[in-house]
Design a protein around this ligand. Structure first.
Ligand SMILES: *Cc1c(COP(=O)(O)O)cnc(C)c1O
Length: 396
C-alpha cells in the first residue's frame, strides 16, 4: 500500500484545478497588461478570478493581491503593517512562538531594525487566547500576527475573538491562514481579520501561487519592485494559469468543506485513538480545536527521522513536522513551544490527511507505526535505559 499523509507539506493537485489551468496555457495566453484584445481577454478572466476569491473570503476584489504563495504573502503583510505603524511611531508587534518561519524570520529581520516583538506563549495545548493578546497590546503596538491553524500540530486559534480585540484597540490583525483556507470556514469581515495569507498548494491547487488579503485603508509596501501590476503593490506579470488553478481548487474545497471536514475528522480521531495505544505516546496539541486532517504525536525513546525512513519503506509518506527536513538536527520549534523537552520532540510524527485517504489506509498506518515504533525501541539504548529505570520516562 502507498499512503500519502503529508498534506500539510503539500497536496496533490486536483483534476478540477489542472483542467482549469490548461486553457490559460495555450488559448488565453495574453498578458493582462497588454491593451490589445488578446491581453484584455486575460485581464477579464483575471478580474473574474479575483472576484471569486474575494466572494469566498468575504471581502472586496480590490483587497486581493496575488502573490507567489504563502511565504511571500506573510512577508508582505508583516513588512507592510510594520512600515505603516513605523510612520506613526509604533514599533511593537505581537505574535506567537510557534508561527511558520515565513512569519518568524520576517519578524526577526524587523527586530534587527529596532522593532520590538512579543511572542505569546502557546501553552501545552498549543493555543493562545484573546485575553493574552489584549494584555499584551501597548499604545505602540502596530501589528498582531497570529496563525489561523498551526502547520505542525494543527491547533486552531480563536481568530474571531482576537480579531475583535484588535479592532477595539485599533491594531492591525494579520493571520497566516495557509493551513486553514479551504479546510475550515473563514470570513475575513465577520472575523475582523485585516490581513490574511493563503497558498493554493495546501488545498489541491498549484504551487507557487497565493493571496494576500489586505483590508482597504492599509497601505501595502512592495517587496518586489517593477511594473504596476496588482495596483502597483506587487510587480510581475500575473501567473494566470496558476491563479485559475487556485480559484478552481478553492471553489471546489469550499463547496465540499463540511463533508470533507466530517470525513477527515473521523479518520483523524481513529488514527489518534489507534496510535495512542502505543505505550508512552502523547498527542501534540489540543484534541478538539485542531484541523480535521491533522495528527501529531510524540513517542518516547524513538528518533523521528528513523521512524519516517522506516515508514517510507512501508509506503507511508509522513513527516516529523520538525526542522530535520532542513538538514538541521534541532527539534521542531513548535514542539518546543508547547513545552516538549528536546529528547521527546525528536520523536514526533505528523500525519496530515486529505479527503482522498481512506479508512483502510488509516488502519494500515496504525499497524505500520506500531510495528516501526516497536522495532526502533527494540534497538534503542535510550529505551533500554528507560525500561531498566536508569532514565525516567517523560511521557507517562
Ligand atoms: C506552507 C505554509 C506556508 C508557506 O506557503 P508557501 O506557499 O509554501 O510559501 C506558510 N505558512 C504556513 C502555516 C504554511 O503551512
Amino acid at each position: 500500500m502507498k499512503v500519502y499523509v503529508d498534506n500539510a507539506a503539500t497536496t496533490k493537485m486536483s483534476k478540477v484545478a489542472i483542467n482549469a489551468m490548461l486553457p490559460y496555457m495555450d488559448k488565453v495566453y495574453g498578458n493582462p497588461s497588454s491593451l490589445h484584445s488578446v491581453g484584455q481577454e486575460a485581464a477579464e478572466n483575471l478580474n473574474v478570478a479575483r472576484q471569486t476569491i474575494a466572494d469566498i473570503l468575504g471581502c472586496e476584489a480590490r483587497e486581493i493581491t496575488f502573490t507567489s504563495g504563502g511565504s511571500e504573502a506573510d512577508n508582505q503583510a508583516i513588512v507592510s503593517a510594520a512600515r505603516f505603524g513605523e510612520r506613526k511611531g509604533k514599533k511593537h508587534i505581537i505574535s506567537t512562538a510557534f508561527e511558520h518561519h515565513a512569519v518568524l524570520h520576517t519578524l526577526a529581520k524587523l527586530e534587527k531594525e529596532g522593532f520590538e516583538v512579543t511572542l505569546l506563549d502557546v501553552g501545552e495545548k498549543g493555543l493562545v487566547t484573546a485575553k493574552q493578546v489584549a494584555e499584551n497590546i501597548r499604545p505602540d503596538t502596530c501589528l498582531v500576527t497570529i496563525m489561523y491553524a498551526n502547520n505542525e500540530i494543527g491547533t486552531i486559534q480563536p481568530i474571531s475573538e482576537i480579531g475583535e480585540v484588535c479592532k477595539e484597540r485599533g491594531v492591525i490583525f494579520h493571520t497566516d491562514a495557509v493551513q486553514a483556507v479551504g479546510h475550515i470556514h473563514i470570513n475575513v469581515k465577520e472575523q475582523n481579520i485585516d490581513m490574511l495569507s493563503l497558498s493554493a498548494h495546501k488545498f489541491h491547487g498549484p504551487k507557487g501561487i497565493g493571496v494576500l488579503y489586505s483590508r482597504k485603508g492599509i497601505m501595502l509596501t512592495n517587496i518586489i519592485e517593477g511594473g504596476a501590476q496588482e495596483r502597483g503593490k506587487r510587480a510581475g506579470t500575473e501567473n494566470i494559469p496558476a491563479i485559475m488553478g487556485m480559484v478552481a481548487a478553492l471553489k471546489d474545497a469550499n463547496d465540499h468543506i463540511d463533508d470533507n471536514g466530517k470525513k477527515l475528522t473521523a479518520m483523524r480521531d481513529r488514527l489518534i485513538e489507534g496510535l495512542l495505544e502505543i505505550p508512552h505516546s502523547i498527542l501534540n496539541g489540543d484534541g478538539e480545536k485542531r484541523l480535521p486532517g491533522n495528527v501529531n504525536l510524540c513517542f518516547e525513546g524513538v528518533e523521528g527521522e528513523s521512524l519516517l525512513l522506516l515508514l517510507d519503506d512501508k509506503g507511508v509518506y509522513a513527516s516529523s513536522g520538525s526542522a530535520c527536513t532542513s538538514g538541521s538536527l534541532d527539534p521542531s520549534h513548535v514542539l518546543l513551544a508547547i513545552g516538549r523537552p528536546h529528547e521527546v520532540a525528536h520523536g514526533s510524527l505528523r500525519l496530515s490527511l486529505s479527503e482522498e485517504n481512506t479508512s483502510e489506509e488509516v488502519e494500515y498506518i496504525i499497524k505500520a507505526v506500531k510495528e516501526v515504533v516497536e522495532y526502533l525501541r527494540g534497538i534503542s539504548p535510550v529505551w533500554r535505559d528507560l525500561q531498566n529505570g536508569k532514565r525516567e520516562y517523560v511521557i507517562g
